[in-house]
Design a protein around this ligand. Structure first.
Ligand SMILES: [Zn+2]
Ligand SMILES: [Zn+2]
Length: 372
């Protein structure tokens, strides 16, 4: 079938909307007609020069839409189901078998390789190869080829156009608190960076009953929103000595610190805020071969730890419907971060995300005319 997709070609960070051909689904594949798709920093990182994903490529990994075709082996979803698309995993490695799919041994090739595991692509342009399968979806397009295993069925009454970011950014932040940290009522949490991931973590910290929730950012407007969404304290890293303030607020430091900035000097401050037995988590790498100096005495005495967290350790097929439920009850208002753009304005949406004007841009697709 013919689809419209935003294609990133060589030596450009501009996405051009083109007509591509999408193959019919194979045995375990599902075609989803997108209703909307979020823009995540990982899309932006890979659209910049030096991005690791091979080009030409269709990015996009926060898709939400409706299943329109399924491969012959697909049983878990059916045509007409509303779904959110999430990351891909192999389901056969030691991590997947242990239920830790976000640490799948094949995470990198399956999500950033630009191809199916057999090296093929479902996408082409007049016969020439276009890389796809970005996070097992490539959802900067009117239609995406996903797998049965990475589409998550959601409630029909939920507003599908809002739900795409649950597939990456929102589950990353909320899952870091709920799954990775297993944070409990009464704990203390600091979240560094009040973008979509950080604010999702703040909302989750409120949900689980954290006693102190410190949001840290450089922009007062984001800190105001963090306060609205559950932060008990806010610190502006441009003005405040964030380590000293965090220690003053908590007495002996924080049980959990989540970094969403990937800035090494900031991450060092985050580790310095930890209470004994505290955990410092980070959700993205600064890129390349960057290293983070560990204050060994501080980490050892007090048994503090540091860990990387991918996709909030989330098992998407249970975690995303739970977040939808909490949203529908008004207890997880992640829609406060979202601004919609027409799909055709994708480059503007990316620019607004980079400049910080918008926390979570979501691209909306024209819907087919209703038939009576
Ligand atoms: Zn695996
Ligand atoms: Zn993402």
């Amino acid at each position: 079938m013919k689809i419209q997709a935003a294609v990133l070609r060589e030596a450009s960070s501009h996405l051009g909307i083109e007509t591509l051909t999408l193959e019919p689904p194979r045995n375990d594949e599902v075609i989803v007609r997108l209703v909307a798709t979020g823009v995540c920093h990982t899309d932006i990182k890979h659209s910049e020069p030096g991005g690791a994903v091979p080009r030409p490529v269709v990015l996009g990994h926060e898709g939400a839409g409706v299943v329109i075709a399924t491969g012959s082996g697909v049983t878990r979803v059916a045509v007409g189901d509303p779904v959110v698309l999430s990351y891909d995993y192999c389901n056969t490695c030691a991590s997947c078998l242990a239920g830790a799919r976000t640490y799948c041994h094949e995470l990198r090739p399956r999500n950033f390789g630009g191809k199916r595991p057999d090296g093929s692509s479902a996408l082409s342009s007049e016969g020439s190869f276009i890389h796809g399968s970005f996070f097992g979806q490539s959802s900067f397009a009117t239609h995406a080829m996903a797998y049965e295993r990475n589409v998550v069925k959601v409630a029909r009454e939920a507003p599908l156009e809002l739900l795409g970011p649950l597939g990456c950014g929102v589950q990353t932040g909320a899952g870091a608190i709920i799954n990775a940290f297993s944070a409990r009522a009464g704990c203390t949490v600091a979240v560094i960076g009040s973008g979509a991931v950080g604010l999702s973590a703040v909302m989750a910290a409120r949900l689980i009953g954290a006693r102190r929730i410190i949001a840290i950012d450089l922009h007062d407007n984001r800190l105001d929103l963090a306060r609205d969404l559950g932060a008990t304290h806010v610190l502006n890293a441009g003005r405040d000595d964030i380590v000293r303030e965090a220690l003053a607020i908590t007495g002996h430091g924080l049980d959990y610190v989540l970094d969403t900035t990937t800035l090494v000097p900031v991450m060092e401050k985050g580790m310095a805020m930890l209470a004994p037995r505290g955990v410092f988590g980070f959700v993205a790498g600064p890129g390349g071969s960057a290293t983070l100096p560990l204050p060994l005495g501080h980490m050892l005495i007090g048994g503090r730890s540091v860990r990387g967290i991918i996709e909030g350790d989330s098992a998407s097929e249970t975690f995303i419907p739970m977040l939808v439920d909490l949203f529908m009850q008004g207890r997880f208002p992640f829609d406060r971060m979202i601004r919609f753009y027409p799909f055709a304005h994708i480059n503007e949406a990316i620019a607004d995300s980079i400049s910080g004007r918008v926390i979570k841009p979501v691209l909306r697709f024209d819907q087919p005319a209703a038939t009576s």
